[in-house]
Design a protein around this ligand. Structure first.
Ligand code: M6R
Length: 362
């Protein structure tokens, strides 16, 4: 049931405030993060290997930043199709984590089986709790996104991020890198996030207006730094997948190492950048783009848009948010840009050509 929306994807995007609130309620009891038994002892884990495909892979890349910075835990991330054939050595003390909405993705399942007798613990983060990946894990953590029908993953992505963040917080506390007070404060911010989701969805009209302009382009570039880099990759994937516009994403700092050669007035550059500690560097990247006639669509908060000054082609203002939670909030405009660009182009949003919801063959 599309609940009055034109597409499942639109409904699944709009449902995210409620879905995230429910997912949080399932994992939090006050300041306690509830993990199913037998749990995981992060004080004994020495490294993590995260493996997934597509959007779930970008959730893993985001989690790498969280685990490394907050929990001081070294993390490797790989796409399942590369991981399995590379036959990587799995060192003692490794927890292997597999992220999959469907829990049936062939490459991810094969990667899990490869780790079976090698990793200390096999963890999975899944939406379908009865799936093969969940069943074959030592510990399966449900994301509680509810059934996702649209081929383009939306609410499953934010719910994957949510569970991975809760795991990173658990690891940070277990390893003595986060105090009880810091944990309480971050969880309070997380509980406030569904409200910021609503405030962002209220801005849909601005995002739709930008998307209509972007829909006229043949190529689009996404840029982001730090936690926004994986999200730039996710934004580009979403746009390609449903609007068939060619999109690429780069870490902002990589711009001058090649992609800046693409910049001209035909290629919109979507910059995802809350006004965080790295913002000044992003502003100088944007200036490099604008100096070459490039059109910048800046997704930031009010302070960021004010600092960026004149010359921005399209500005999308989001509420200010704790830096660590920005990937969840900034996922919404990335999804809405792709959605409205696809609607403007008249493509089949829920069932894009050549794609299946669950990729059970290699
Ligand atoms: O079910 P999974 O999470 O394992 O699926 C992984 C990818 O196939 C999936 O995320 C795909 O990239 C989506 N269509 C992205 O929107």
């Amino acid at each position: 049931d599309k609940g009055g929306y034109k597409h499942f994807m639109a409904k699944e995007i709009a449902d995210q405030p409620g879905v995230l609130a429910d997912a949080l309620a399932a994992y939090l009891d006050g300041d306690a993060i509830l993990l199913p038994d037998p749990g995981i002892d992060f004080s004994r884990i020495e490294r993590l290997t995260l493996v997934a495909c597509g959007t779930a892979f970008y959730a893993c890349l985001t989690a790498k930043y969280w685990f490394e910075k907050m929990a001081r835990l070294p993390v490797e991330v790989d796409v399942a199709s590369e991981f399995r054939y590379r036959e990587p050595p799995i060192l003692p003390g490794t927890a292997a984590v597999f992220v999959s909405q469907s829990g049936e993705t062939a490459d991810t399942l094969a990667a899990l089986r490869y780790c079976r007798d090698k990793a200390d613990t096999i963890l999975s983060v899944v939406n379908v709790e009865t799936s093969s990946i969940a069943r074959e894990s030592d510990l399966a953590l449900p994301i509680h996104a509810g059934i996702e029908v649209g081929v383009a993953s939306t609410k499953a992505f934010t719910c994957q991020l949510n569970v991975l963040l809760l795991l990173a917080i658990t690891a940070a506390c277990a390893r003595g890198h986060m105090s009880q007070a810091e944990k309480s404060q971050l969880l309070a911010e997380l509980r406030a996030l569904p409200g910021l989701f609503n405030a962002t969805l209220d801005r849909s009209a601005d995002i739709e207006a930008a998307a209509r302009k972007i829909a006229e382009a043949r190529d689009v570039l996404f840029l982001g730094r730090g936690l926004m880099y994986p999200l730039a990759l996710e934004g580009a994937l979403k746009l390609k997948e449903i609007s068939y516009i060619h999109a690429e994403a780069y870490a902002s700092g990589e711009l001058k190492h090649g992609p800046i050669a693409l910049i001209d007035k035909m290629v919109p550059v979507i910059v995802m950048a809350p006004r965080d500690a790295l913002f000044d560097k992003t502003v100088s990247n944007m200036q490099e783009v604008m100096a070459r006639g490039g059109k910048v669509c800046l997704i930031s908060d009010a302070a960021g848009l004010a600092q960026a000054g004149d010359g921005i082609w399209q500005g999308i203002t989001l509420p200010a948010v704790d830096d660590r939670l920005a990937p969840l909030l900034y996922a919404l405009p990335a999804q809405l840009l792709a959605y409205h660009a696809a609607v403007a182009k008249g493509t089949d949003v829920d069932q894009p050509r050549n794609l299946a919801k669950s990729v059970t063959v290699e």
